[in-house]
Design a protein around this ligand. Structure first.
Ligand SMILES: NC(=O)c1ccc[n+]([C@@H]2O[C@H](COP(=O)([O-])OP(=O)(O)OC[C@H]3O[C@@H](n4cnc5c(N)ncnc54)[C@H](OP(=O)(O)O)[C@@H]3O)[C@@H](O)[C@H]2O)c1
Length: 358
């Protein structure tokens, strides 16, 4: 196994002033002053944040322009890119890894992560590391699933549940992603045949969660070798969850396959704040007659996603991660992340704690 070269150079945080990116920029700037370069299409916003965090540098970057992106990497002597926006394809990842630049990607779309997975050999040959499935879901869900899987001695089935706070100001890019997933027709949906599930989430009682195309259910089949993995989602508001998935069943989001309707719906949902900011994730593993579950609860999933990305990046900058392309659940060096996040107000629920709470 090749160990990645230590992350020298600047850290380019693409989407660095967005809902996720702002936490990445601020947290990393506290640890590595002068090395953090927030970036996005609005240079003035990037510069304002750079000066707030005491970094002298900011950059204008458009992930739809890969030649321009490659120039930014070179001009700023970038050693690590933290990608906090969904790019159109894998061209950005390719530009990083071909140039020996490490990549931390918070993306949640399976088709894009699969394209980056395919760059593993190229990354290893250049001594570069890409860490995918970084955040809450995917991310912490992958790590909880691994723990539950190992607890039962190898699962035949994994059920992952994600509860999101409908009162949180989710970023526009994250809401756009959610709307795009709601618009996927039933026959093309991952786990399209699987049913909603009633599940106990600490602090929220027993909730109905609906199959939803988060990337972790695809990744975990491969990284853990579990044949059946389903990720389900609900909101903290039960009536809003019922309305949202009732509308999806009725095909009401079909119009959102058209880009104008998608923009209108994204903008409307960005303004809906009916619940709180809390979130919960839970992974249940079933193996023979054994069952184990882990959960994690906290507040502001965008912020916690940014914290996960910042901790992964710190690990890359200080060395020790293997070269190549990895998902968070494959990196043993980062396995204690769910415990380490408790200083930011998250709670990890072990099987015993979950049992006691139910
Ligand atoms: N893994 C997880 O648990 C998790 C959790 C939450 C979110 N996410 C993912 O994180 C990403 C960001 O979400 P968010 O909530 O932070 O969204 P957001 O608040 O809309 O932030 C997106 C950022 O990217 C920038 N951006 C947009 N288009 C760009 C482009 N073409 N080139 C360069 N920069 C661009 C935006 O600034 P400009 O528009 O000014 O360029 C903004 O700074 C989404 O892909 C979402 O799916 C993952």
């Amino acid at each position: 196994m090749t160990t990645a070269k230590c992350g020298g150079g600047a850290v380019l945080v693409v989407g660095g002033y967005g809902a996720v990116g702002v936490t990445v920029t601020r947290t990393l700037a506290g640890w590595f002053p002068d090395r953090i370069v927030p970036a996005g299409r609005d240079l003035a916003r990037a510069r304002r944040l750079a000066s707030e965090v005491g970094s002298g540098r900011a950059a204008r970057v458009d992930v739809a322009d890969s030649p321009g992106f490659a120039r930014v990497l070179e001009d700023n002597r970038v050693g690590v890119v933290v990608l906090c926006v969904e790019p159109p394809d894998a061209a950005i990842a390719r530009a990083c890894l071909a140039g020996g630049v490490h990549l931390v990607d918070v993306g949640a779309s399976h088709h894009l992560l699969a394209q980056v997975d395919a760059l593993g050999e190229q990354a290893a040959a250049r001594g570069a590391t890409a860490v995918l499935s970084v955040g809450v879901a995917p991310g912490l869900t992958n790590q909880l699933a691994r723990r539950a899987h190992e607890e039962v001695g190898g699962a035949d089935r994994l059920d992952v549940t994600v509860l999101l706070g409908s009162g949180e100001s989710h970023g526009a890019d994250a809401v756009r992603w959610t709307v795009a997933q709601l618009a996927v027709p039933a026959e093309r949906r991952a786990g399209g045949g699987t049913r909603p599930r009633r599940v106990a989430l600490p602090g929220y009682g027993i909730r109905t969660a609906h199959p939803f195309p988060f990337s972790d259910q695809h990744t975990l089949r491969r990284t853990l070798g579990v044949p059946e993995v389903t990720t389900r989602m609900c909101l903290d508001s039960a009536p809003l969850t019922a309305a949202l998935f009732g509308l999806r069943r009725a095909g009401a989001f079909r119009a959102a396959r058209n880009s104008y309707a998608r923009r209108v719906l994204t903008s409307a949902l960005t303004r809906v704040h009916l619940g709180g900011e809390g979130f919960a994730v839970r992974a249940d593993a079933f193996g023979g007659d054994r069952h184990a579950a882990y959960a994690l609860t906290g507040s502001a999933q965008s912020r916690v996603t940014g914290l996960v990305a910042a901790h992964v990046t710190r690990r890359l900058l200080t060395g020790g991660l293997p070269a190549g392309v990895h998902h968070l659940d494959q990196l043993r060096d980062l396995a204690s992340l769910p415990e380490n996040l408790s200083r930011y107000g998250t709670t990890l629920w072990t099987p015993d704690a979950l049992q006691a709470a139910s």
